[in-house]
Design a protein around this ligand. Structure first.
Ligand code: SF4
Length: 458
């Protein structure tokens, strides 16, 4: 499929080919699903909403429910006030959610719809029942990415719901970022193992990884409740995982309610998980239990056992900046060489941080924050790698380049299911990542090596 990619690289400034990001509302919709009893609402045309729902459904293999303002030509000209006003009335009357989380789209942003004004007017008209909530986030897709949308909706949760009673609560706000339910489950499990009470938001566990009971529930039992979100203004600290997805909400809570913010990276690998455990230990004044020390030791054991297969392997990594930074730190711990590192992020932070991570071990790495998969493919054609790690779209580069071992990691993963159940976070997640990488090498060798080189034992 990508056999036509040329080796010769030409400078491009106005064209993206296979971008490493998708649009803001997808992140906002995913974040909204992490609130219990929430109906995500897309203020725009039906096409946007259908695409966002289907993209999330394909990754999580769960039905993703959301409503839309269903813009037509008329709304494009006269604005979406009437549509959103009518939509909120219909949503509460028909689906009875606890809360509606409205995000905008390109079209409603270009029109310039004033969402707070429309929500206020709708409430004054009595169309939002007493005790029900409507929050909103601006998510224009001509800037940012799905991570920006996720962050904007997460900020909206605390900005529009959090409050303080003046009495601190012995709980930690935990913002796990744009990660899979399996990852959120693992991040919460580590905190619980340490005896730390957390308010995790957004929390899509038991929303997008529900057990099959034979009974359809429009609002599954998972998700942070509105009351829990209210209480985030009284927590003793916030731990936010991921610069793009989570830090802004923690900074808001710190600026508004003086709640200490621990701004960390995703807990992938040894050091980043240590930092997360340490933040929990300091904020909640607890000890690290022996069970976590054992998990850490098991990861170190696998790292040393598999070092002979991973040492100095050249790796191409692409995906969400929060994931790519954390994963690259782990690859460096494994003495691997992330030689090409690509994300679809905006701003300079990605490249600055990646240089800090890679300059010592991999000083010649090619790092590009605002790149695309065409760039990555061309670099690989010029100088190959041993392994590609990234979302599903990497399979086409792997296939075009003699089936380079490829590990699926991050969003979206559309053609495998493991991410739903097995986390890449924490010490145990590190073991899973090593398993996936070594399996990819061994599978290729088993398939392609000469008969006399075929081994029974690795
Ligand atoms: S890029 Fe804009 S118009 Fe396209 S699907 Fe996303 S929100 Fe809709």
């Amino acid at each position: 499929m990508l056999d036509g990619t040329t080796t010769e690289i030409k400078e491009r400034s106005a064209l993206r080919i296979n971008p490493v990001k998708t649009c803001q509302p997808i992140g906002a919709m995913y974040a909204a699903l992490g609130i219990h009893g929430c109906m995500p609402h897309s203020h725009g045309s039906q096409g946007c909403c259908s695409y966002h729902r289907s993209h999330l459904t394909r990754h999580f293999k769960e039905p993703v429910v959301a409503t839309t303002s269903s813009f037509t030509e008329g709304s494009s000209v006269f604005g979406g006030l009437a549509n959103l006003n009518q939509a909120l009335n219909n949503i509460f009357a028909t689906y009875n959610p606890e809360i509606v989380a409205v995000h905008t789209t390109c079209l409603s942003e270009v029109i310039g719809d004033d969402i707070p004004m429309i929500v206020k007017k709708t409430r004054e008209e009595g169309k939002i029942p007493e005790g029900k909530y409507v929050i909103h986030a601006n998510t224009p897709s001509f800037v940012g990415s799905h991570l920006t949308g996720f962050s904007n909706m997460t900020v909206a949760m605390v900005k529009q719901i959090a409050e303080t009673t003046g009495t601190p609560k012995n709980q930690i706000n935990l913002i796990p970022g744009f990660t899979d339910p399996s990852d959120i489950r693992e991040i919460k499990r580590i905190a619980a193992e340490m005896g730390v009470k957390t308010v995790t938001f957004p929390d899509t566990t038991d929303v997008l990884d529900c057990p099959q009971t034979g009974v359809y529930e429009m609002y599954p039992r998972g998700g942070v409740t509105v009351d829990e979100l209210k209480s985030t203004g009284d927590s003793i600290a916030t731990i936010a995982l991921g610069h793009w997805a989570s830090h802004a909400a923690a900074e808001f809570l710190e600026g508004t309610f003086h709640i200490a913010a621990h701004l960390l990276e995703l807990p992938i690998g040894v050091t980043a998980t240590d930092e997360y455990v340490d933040a929990l230990r300091h904020s909640a004044a607890v000890d690290v239990p022996g069970s976590l020390v054992q998990e850490r030791g098991r990861l170190l054991d696998v790292m040393s056992d598999m070092a002979q297969y991973l040492y100095k392997k050249r790796v191409a990594v692409f995906g969400d900046p929060d994931h790519v930074i954390a994963l690259s730190r782990f690859l460096v711990e494994l003495d691997m060489l992330p030689v090409y590192v690509v994300s679809g992020s905006h701003g300079n932070f990605f490249e600055t941080r990646m240089h800090e991570v890679l300059d010592q071990q991999c000083p010649n790495a090619t790092i590009k924050g605002q790149a695309d998969l065409f760039d990555l493919h061309q670099w690989i054609k010029q100088e190959p790698v041993d392994l590609i790690i990234g979302n599903t779209y990497g399979k086409f580069i792997s296939r075009a380049e003699n089936n380079i071992p490829f590990v699926r990691f991050g969003f979206p993963t559309l053609d495998r299911i493991g991410h739903r159940y097995f986390s890449s976070m924490g010490y145990t997640g590190g073991i899973r990542l090593i398993e996936k990488m070594t399996d990819a090498f061994f599978d290729k060798r088993d398939r392609e090596c000469k008969e006399e080189w075929s081994e029974l034992v690795y």
